[in-house]
Ligand binder design. Structure first.
Ligand code: AHN
Ligand code: ZN
Length: 324
């Protein structure tokens, strides 16, 4: 009897050990990736749009900043809020707020996730000239990228990836020279918040492995091509993200073709902060570019497709949780 008992214990020990080995092996092959909740991302887009246009200096802008800071604080992030006066192409002062949320801040391995949270003061691409001076709601152009990133922030706060994550919500991206004032066009009138951050990082000597910028990621007809600056400065990061998208079955949306150069928040990140950063941006060079609703009063909740938010969120989440 005692011999049998000993054998049974040895057997059970052996069994347990082999199960642990299996688990270890699995972990090296496939990281545990939490499920991205598209309902949650959609709700975050809707909340932002509910504040009205988030033009720097407006009531909607103030209310949305407070909400974003509160939300990210509630997720336990280390917050860095940059409040700064930036100047529009026509001299108007913009009280800008860059909102930076750091998760696992002492981790030396870092990834930046970026989006702009402000909206455009003008619907200067509208069919109706009477709407040119109407501020846009920016459901897609602004809120969509932020909505996806807020859901990722929630995931990161509950299940830690191997890398630290910095959410960078840049302000004053979209106050660039309007079409109706083309004589005063200035390339540097866009991306004022990210440009400020690139010259004045939230921590001295800050760096990251790479950055992903999400811009206009919520429309049903979104497609993502290889953007020029991203290709030149961070081609291997496009390969990584587009490769993961293909693994997940989205190669029809993450198209492996080149699509021209877009002056967006990733440009100062690459050229001034010198961190490789790609732009995941809806831009279909074969048809409607940034979408028919782009910089029109039509950029409202009707444009937003929950499923597209879910796809982009799933791809980015998979990239982050597969970092070692
Ligand atoms: C230009 O069209 C110059 N830049 C596109 C960047 C942008 C505007 N993203 C959103 N709105
Ligand atoms: Zn815009």
């Amino acid at each position: 009897m005692p011999m049998m008992l000993a054998a049974a214990i040895m057997l059970s020990c052996g069994h347990t050990k082999s199960r642990n080995q299996d688990a270890e092996q699995e972990a090296t092959v496939q990281a545990a990736v939490p499920a991205f909740d598209a309902d949650s991302a959609y709700a975050h887009v809707k909340t932002q749009v509910g504040f009205g246009p988030r033009v720097p200096g407006s009531d909607g802008h103030r209310a949305c900043a407070d909400w974003l800071i509160g939300k990210l604080t509630s997720y336990g992030a280390e917050m860095h809020v940059q409040r700064v006066q930036l100047y529009r192409y026509d001299g108007v002062m913009l009280p800008a707020v860059n909102i930076i949320a750091s998760f696992d801040p002492s981790n030396a391995k870092r990834v930046m996730l970026c989006a702009h949270w402000d909206t455009r003061p003008w619907a200067d691409n509208d069919d109706d000239e009477g709407n040119y001076h109407t501020p846009i709601l920016g459901a897609n152009d602004g809120a969509s990228g932020v909505g996806v990133l807020l859901e990722i922030a929630r995931l990161v706060s509950t299940q830690h990836p191997a890398v630290g994550v910095d959410l960078m919500l840049f302000d004053a991206e979209d106050s660039g020279t309007p079409r109706f004032d083309a004589a005063n066009y200035d390339d540097n009138s866009w991306c004022l918040g990210s440009r400020y951050w690139a010259f004045n990082p939230h921590k001295a000597g800050y760096t990251a492995r790479y950055g992903l910028l999400l811009d206009m990621v919520g429309a049903a007809d979104a497609v993502f091509f290889r953007e020029g600056f991203s290709h030149d400065y961070a081609g291997s990061i496009i390969d990584k993200v587009w490769g993961k998208a293909a693994d997940l079955g989205y190669s029809h949306l993450f198209v492996n073709d080149f699509a021209g150069y877009i002056n967006d928040d990733h440009v100062p990140v690459n050229e001034i902060a010198r961190i490789p950063c790609i732009d995941i941006i809806h831009n279909d060079p074969t048809s409607t570019g940034f979408g028919t609703f782009w910089h029109t009063v039509g950029d409202d909740m009707s444009v937003i497709d929950k499923q597209m938010l879910g796809i982009v969120g799933e791809v980015v989440t998979n990239v982050i949780y597969n970092e070692k």
